[in-house]
Design a protein around this ligand. Sequence first.
Ligand code: ADP
Length: 293
Amino acid sequence: MTAAVALQNVFKVYSTTPVVNDLSLTIQPGEIFGLLGPNGAGKSTTIRMLTTLTQPTDGQIFVAGYDVVKQPFLVKQQIGVVLQQMSVDVDLTVWENMEFHGRMHHIPPARRQQDIDRWLEYVELGDRRDDLVKTLSGGMKRRLQIARALLHEPSILFLDEPTVGLDPQTRRRLWEIIKGLNQQGMTMLLTTHYMDEVEYLCGAGFSGSATPNRIGIMDSGKLIELGTLDELRHKHGQGLVMKQTGDRWDYKFFPTLDDANTYFEQQPHKAGMMVRPSNLEDIFVELTGRGLD
Ligand code: ADP
């Protein structure tokens, strides 16, 4: 089976600084891959290389089996892209944005109209089709971006912080849309600052899926961790003892929650201590040494 995404020893160097530093990674068809990392880790640069917006300084990148440097047009046909910046035209209507994108991709008129209707319905914007985009809420604009990214029937969707700045209800609706697309077989690579988003979307493959979803953590241009959520929790420890010292918390990981409880019970001074199951954020902070901002 051809990998959906394959990076082999990829570097991106600005001036003399490698902002992506020897990155190798393979994503299988059907996977939702969550890419995490603190600001400046190189996530957006990685997405920009995968989506042909910038070229790698060294190394090879294949998307849907095509070389992003040598076959960028074939890559573009296979991918949908939702970037952080709102790329929809706010002075056009919802429908005009879709129509413009459909024409750019040379989708024949009859199919284009059918698919515009289908995807607008899917993201619940059917009744807003004639409204100017500037009158839509942030969540609606994001849903329009997703509908537009899907119009030319890509096999891989790239989502760079898809729910940043949205309220909790809107985020959850978008999660359902993203999960639903994956259940229909869409491969996805997503970056986010929200740990709950990664746990929800990349925590486990949906039932019946042969492809386990994985999480990658980048720091300073390097992939410093890779695995399923279960693998990461097993590796770093499923139990956690937190201890408050002054205004900071020290974390101690244990293989299981029982082990953490046993350790806790043995402590003569339990004041300022707490036991709980570990989560992705704990692992992230442990690995990168700082929280997300
Ligand atoms: P992330 O998405 O993980 O926050 P980025 O990929 O945006 O990280 O940035 C990684 C590093 O590359 C940052 O230090 C950023 O300043 C630098 N960088 C990104 N784009 C450029 C550019 N066009 N020219 C120079 N430096 C850049």
